[in-house]
Design a protein around this ligand. Structure first.
Ligand SMILES: N[C@@H](CCC(=O)N[C@@H](CS)C(=O)NCC(=O)O)C(=O)O
Length: 201
């Protein structure tokens, strides 16, 4: 398998962490590409020109981070990122955290293409509210335990929190969400998260 990704994409990071947690590193060849530069390597693989994109061993191109995780989970069930016993709770929490990533990326793109006034626009404010509300929800509900393998909700939550830390330092989520901050702190030494940490610039 071949995974096309960028170092800063939170969507691609979800897949990269999933690959590492499932112990698939030696089965996936990694390709760093720039999705914003009409990168020929990426364009050859996916007409959408977005990361992540996974080229499977039977030459199918998979896009959409969660579909790629689904494929990995079905192809290599063990270790499970979505154990059946807690499926609905894990997917529910993963969905809220994924929504944070979506709202945050939408805001970053809004700033890039419409300027800093995007944050004060009705759409910018709505996205900010979604981030704050979903953070409150994750803070209130019981945090995902850090077991021997990170489950999908832990992966998406950690990626979302780190992305906020990087792109929205003014949000100061560690102060408003102390339980989440303590939970993330516990995962400080997790190799899959360390290895995929986005560069700060
Ligand atoms: N829903 C997609 C989002 C993928 C996405 O938007 N990736 C961004 C990088 S963070 C990208 O490649 N953007 C380039 C573009 O939109 O042209 C997923 O879950 O994989």
């Amino acid at each position: 398998m071949h995974l096309y990704y960028s170092l800063t994409s939170p969507y691609a990071r979800v897949v990269r962490v999933a690959v590492l947690e499932k112990g698939l590193a030696d089965r996936v060849r990694m390709h760093v590409v720039d999705p914003w530069a009409d990168d020929p390597e990426l364009m050859r693989v996916s007409p959408l020109m977005r990361v992540p994109a996974l080229l499977t061993d039977d030459r199918s191109v998979l896009t959409e981070s969660l579909l790629i995780v689904h494929y990995l989970e079905e192809t290599v069930p063990d270790p499970a990122l979505i154990p059946a016993a807690r499926r609905s709770a894990i997917l529910s929490r993963a969905g809220q955290a994924f929504g944070i990533i979506d709202a945050a990326v939408h805001t970053v793109l809004g700033r890039r293409f419409a300027g800093d006034q995007f944050d004060a626009s009705p759409m910018g404010e709505r996205r900010r509210r979604a981030i704050v509300n979903a953070l409150e929800y994750l803070e209130r509900s019981s945090p995902t335990e850090a077991g021997p393998v990170l489950n999908l909700s832990a992966i998406v939550t950690a990626v979302a929190l780190d992305y906020l830390q990087l792109r929205f330092p003014d949000l100061a989520w560690t102060e408003s969400c102390p339980r989440l901050a303590a939970w993330r702190e516990q995962l400080q030494q997790r190799p899959s998260l360390i290895e995929t940490m986005p560069p700060s610039s």
